[in-house]
Design a protein around this ligand. Structure first.
Ligand code: NAP
Length: 296
C-alpha cells in the first residue's frame, strides 16, 4: 500500500526567519513519514492568494497549515469553526480541514503549558486537567501584553496561577486583563506598569517570571526587559519566550541571581509538535525537533 505523503506548511508574511520548516522536517523524519513543510508567504491584502490556499486545504490537497504574523487574528473570519482556546484568546496558529470545513486551533497555549511542566514537578500535564492546580500554583509575573502574553496568561490563569501582567503601556495590559477576565473559569489576572517601583511592590512570593516581550532577541542581544536595579526573587523560575539566542541576557541575569531558567525553545518545539499531531495523528519525537532547531 502506498504511504500517505503529508503536505503541511506555514501561512504568514514575511516568512524569511521561520524555523518551522526545520522543526517539521525533523518531526516527519523522527517518524519516518514522507512529507513536506512549505512556506506560503501571502502578502496582506492578497485575498486571491488566501482563497487559493484555503481552497487547497478544504479539498484535502494540503493536510494542515500553521499561521503566523500577520494572520493569527485575521484568518478567523475565513474559518468555519475555531477551538474554544483559539476563541478565548482570539488567535489561531493551526488550521486543518474536517469534512470540507476549515477548523482553526491554537497550540501556543498548550505548548507553553506542556513545556512549563518541565520546571514545575507538581504541574498538571495537560490543559484539560482543569483548575485543580489552583492551590498548588503561586504568583506569576508576565512581562509584555502582546499576542504571546495573551497565550501565556491564559494558560497560567486557567490553572489558577495568580498572574500580574506588566506592560510599558498600562492601558494595553488593562485591556488584555479585561478581555481574559471574561473567560469562564479563569483566575482573574491583574495589570501593572512595567516599572521598577511598581514591580518591586508586587514581586513578593512570585514563583514564575515570563518574558513575553521581544527584548533580548537577536540582533538586540544586549537588551533585557528586567528593570535595572530591581532584585530578582531567588526561588522563582525565569522563562524567556525569546529563543534566539537560547541564553538571553534576561536568562543570564536571572541565572546569576540564582533563579532556575527556561528558554522559549521548549514552547516553540511543543507548539509545533502539537500542531503536527493534529494534522497527522502521530506524536513526533520532541528531542529530534529540539536538536534540529538547536543546530540552526
Ligand atoms: P507582540 O505582539 O509584538 O508583543 C510584544 C509585547 O512586548 C508588547 O506588549 C510590546 O509593547 C512589548 N514590548 C516591545 N518592546 C518593548 C520594550 N522595549 N519595553 C517594554 N515592552 C516592550 O509580540 P509577540 O508575538 O507577543 O512576541 C513576543 C516575543 O515572544 C517575541 O520575541 C516572539 O518571538 C516570542 N515568542 C516566542 C514563542 C515561542 O514559541 N517561544 C511564541 C510566540 C512568541 P508595545 O505594544 O508597547 O510595543
Amino acid at each position: 500500500m502506498q504511504r500517505k505523503f503529508y503536505r503541511i506548511g506555514l501561512l504568514g508574511y514575511p516568512l524569511t526567519h521561520s524555523c518551522s520548516p526545520q522543526l517539521h522536517a525533523a518531526a516527519l523524519r523522527s517518524l519516518n513519514l514522507p512529507g513536506e513543510y512549505r512556506l506560503y508567504p501571502i502578502a496582506p491584502g492578497d485575498q486571491a492568494g488566501l482563497v487559493q490556499l484555503f481552497t487547497r486545504l478544504r479539498a484535502g490537497e494540503l493536510d494542515g497549515l500553521n499561521v503566523t504574523i500577520p494572520y493569527k487574528q485575521a484568518v478567523i473570519p475565513w474559518l468555519d469553526e475555531i477551538s474554544p482556546i483559539a476563541q478565548n484568546i482570539g488567535a489561531v496558529n493551526t488550521i486543518y480541514a474536517r469534512d470540507g470545513r476549515l477548523v482553526g486551533g491554537n497550540t501556543d497555549v498548550p505548548g507553553f503549558w506542556a513545556d512549563l511542566g518541565k520546571y514545575f514537578p507538581t504541574h498538571p500535564g495537560s490543559l484539560g486537567a482543569g483548575n485543580r492546580a489552583a492551590e498548588a500554583q503561586g504568583k506569576a509575573l508576565v512581562l509584555g501584553a502582546g499576542g504571546a502574553a495573551r497565550a501565556v496568561v491564559y494558560a497560567l490563569a486557567m490553572h489558577g496561577w495568580h498572574v500580574t501582567l506588566a506592560a510599558r503601556r498600562l492601558d494595553q495590559a488593562k485591556k488584555l486583563v479585561s478581555t481574559l477576565t471574561q473567560v469562564p473559569g479563569i483566575f482573574p489576572p491583574a495589570s501593572a506598569l512595567l516599572e521598577p517601583g511598581v514591580l518591586a511592590s508586587c514581586l513578593d512570593g512570585t514563583r514564575l517570571i515570563v518574558n513575553a516581550t521581544p527584548l533580548g532577541m537577536a540582533p538586540d542581544v544586549d537588551r533585557s526587559p528586567w528593570p535595572a536595579g530591581l532584585p530578582f526573587l531567588r526561588m522563582a523560575c525565569c522563562y524567556d519566550l525569546v529563543y534566539n539566542p537560547r541564553a538571553t541576557l534576561l536568562l543570564r541575569q536571572a541565572g546569576t541571581a540564582g533563579l532556575s531558567t527556561a528558554s522559549g525553545l521548549g514552547m516553540l518545539v511543543e507548539q509545533a509538535a502539537l500542531s503536527f499531531e493534529i494534522w497527522t495523528g502521530y506524536s513526533p519525537i520532541r528531542e529530534a525537533m529540539w536538536a534540529a532547531v538547536e543546530a540552526i
